[in-house]
Write a protein that binds this ligand. Structure first.
Ligand code: GTP
Ligand code: MG
Length: 515
């Protein structure tokens, strides 16, 4: 019980809207809301019960494949480069999130430029290409947005991946798309990240649209928290814009509106969140501290300093090995890509690819371009293995310790927080959605509601429950058709938290209790 309680406390997913309607729990006894009488008539409740016949509830995301594009890693080369980069600097995955056009790719591109990853000639080439497409101001974003569709439309589609280093750390940037159609890709990026940079546009009207109900500033923050992004740097971007002109009043307005929302989403604003003003486009307050002639009132750190000083919990390199597979390809054997969530890997190790239990041997391990003999948790790797064909592996499989393999299940019990159901539908047995858990994307069905969570005490209630509505917390049993590899949240938080989505919207977030 204490576990569940703690789980819920740290879930803390009620948005402002949910908080207003956090009592949408319906008991089967009287057909009315349990705690607070809402305006629901019996008829409305029955309509809700029938909602699972609603064709809108049909799952439409089945074909979505989450994608990550790799910006600069050349194909795997088999050079014996025995530099042990592990011991020198810590490594962090940083996901860039925020509403469409907030400036994520521009800021990411500028960071790469300032840290010497992109040369002047390439920038000039991008300037020309952007101009030819009548997208002059987009040239910095072209560093991250590498495919034709992204450049033509000025929108990131796949999560961009790139690397840079500061004095103390190595960073992998994961540049998520902001557009609402590509939230599944954002989920995949955020689920690999340790920390997040939430990019907010200060331009007149743009902050407002992103922050509105339905805007991706909100959705991304809630998803990031659920997906394990424990720290956020909130960069108030486009401060150079003519509608802003580095006005402190605008910065303060955005900060004061964001703070309550971040708190409601479960972030401890004092400990886990830092705000700073920047301009991604002109590169202000990124690598070096703010030039006082541009912005006299900012005395705080620049983004690189903030990234350097962020502390993340130490991971256990001795835990059982777990690396969810994001992608795979053929290159002198089979190569799998993913982030190590637990344990360590060494060349020559014998491992299992779950859920198929294929026995493999580790032939080579690569971090970025560098071949290494071993790697620990948090690293993004490409691992060449022998003993399995590339065709026999799918994204969502997990490279796993042989002695202690990850469980493969078709059913599990989870605690869910319902965010926003489509058209205020109800959540009941038979509800179908797309489950996103680490790199798994799979259709699922809720087969039993076990108990509802009392919004006041945050404990499971005794009464049996038939359905719940927006904002409710519920413990339920969920089924999938194909075996998936998951863990209990209490054992491996990163492999035990998930989101449910239907029709392109995130409807619930949750944690796996048992199976
Ligand atoms: P999606 O990937 O589609 O979600 O967008 P994004 O957040 O990556 O935004 P992107 O970097 O593509 O920038 C969108 C537009 O905002 C471009 O026209 C950029 O030039 C502009 N922009 C980005 N950062 C700044 C900035 O600091 N100042 C100004 N004035 N414009 C900026
Ligand atoms: Mg982008």
């Amino acid at each position: 019980m204490a576990d569940i309680e703690e789980d819920i406390r740290s879930l803390q997913l009620e948005s402002a809207d949910i908080a207003e309607d956090s009592n949408g729990v319906v008991s089967p006894d009287d057909g009315k809301t349990e705690v607070e009488e809402s305006a629901n008539t019996q008829q409305e409740v029955e309509e809700h019960i029938n909602a699972d016949e609603d064709p809108k509830q049909e799952v439409q995301e089945q074909s979505i494949k989450t994608e990550i594009k790799d910006k600069e890693i050349p194909p795997v080369q088999d050079e014996e480069d025995e530099e042990d980069i592990l011991s020198k600097k810590r490594h962090l995955n940083v996901v860039f999130i925020g509403h469409v056009d907030a400036g994520k790719s521009t800021t990411g591109g500028q960071i790469l430029y300032l840290s010497g990853q992109v040369d002047e000639r390439t920038i000039q080439k991008y300037e020309k290409e952007a101009k030819d497409k009548s997208r002059e101001s987009w040239y910095m974003a072209y560093i991250m947005d590498t495919n034709e569709e992204e450049r033509a439309k000025g929108k990131t589609v796949e999560v961009g991946r790139a690397h840079f280093e500061t004095e103390t750390s190595r960073f992998t940037i994961l540049d998520a798309p902001g557009h609402k159609s590509y939230v599944p890709n954002m989920i995949s990026g955020a689920s690999q990240a340790d920390i997040g940079v939430l990019v907010i546009s200060a331009r007149k009207g743009e902050f407002e649209t992103g922050y509105e109900k339905g805007g991706q500033t909100r959705e991304h923050v809630q998803l990031a928290k659920t997906l394990g992004v424990s720290k956020l740097l909130v960069v108030v971007n486009k401060m150079d814009d003519p509608t802003v002109q580095w006005a402190k009043t605008r910065y303060d307005e955005i900060e004061s509106k964001m703070i309550p929302f971040l708190k409601q989403s479960g972030y401890n604003v004092k400990k886990d969140v830092l705000f700073l003003p920047i301009s991604g486009l002109i590169g202000a307050n990124l690598k070096t501290r703010m030039d006082k002639s541009i912005c006299p009132w900012w005395d705080g750190p620049c983004l690189f300093e903030a990234l350097d000083s962020i502390e993340v919990p130490l991971r256990d390199p001795n835990g059982p090995f777990r690396m969810p597979i994001l992608d795979k390809f053929k290159d002198m054997g089979t190569v799998v890509m993913g982030k190590v969530e637990s344990g360590s890997i060494r060349e020559g190790d014998s491992l299992l690819i779950m859920p198929n239990r294929d026995q493999v041997k580790v032939v080579a391990i690569y971090i970025d371009e560098t071949r290494v003999k071993r790697a620990g948790p948090g690293e993004n790797l490409r691992v060449r293995v022998s003993g399995v064909e590339e065709e026999d592996i799918s994204a969502g499989f997990v490279l796993s310790s042989t002695a202690n393999p990850i469980p493969a299940v078709t059913e599990f019990v989870a605690q869910l927080q319902i965010l926003e159901l489509l058209d205020n539908a109800i959540f009941t047995a038979g509800y179908k959605a797309i489950l996103h858990v680490h790199s798994v994307v799979e259709e699922c069905e809720v087969i039993e509601l076990i108990s509802q969570i009392d919004p006041k005490t945050r404990k499971p209630m005794k009464k049996k429950v038939l359905f719940v509505k927006n904002g409710a917390g519920v413990v339920c049993r969920i089924q999938v058709n194909n075996s998936i590899c998951i863990e209990k949240f209490s054992d491996f938080p990163q492999l035990g938290r998930f989101t449910l989505r239907t029709e392109g919207k995130t409807v619930a977030v949750g944690r796996i209790n048992s199976f």
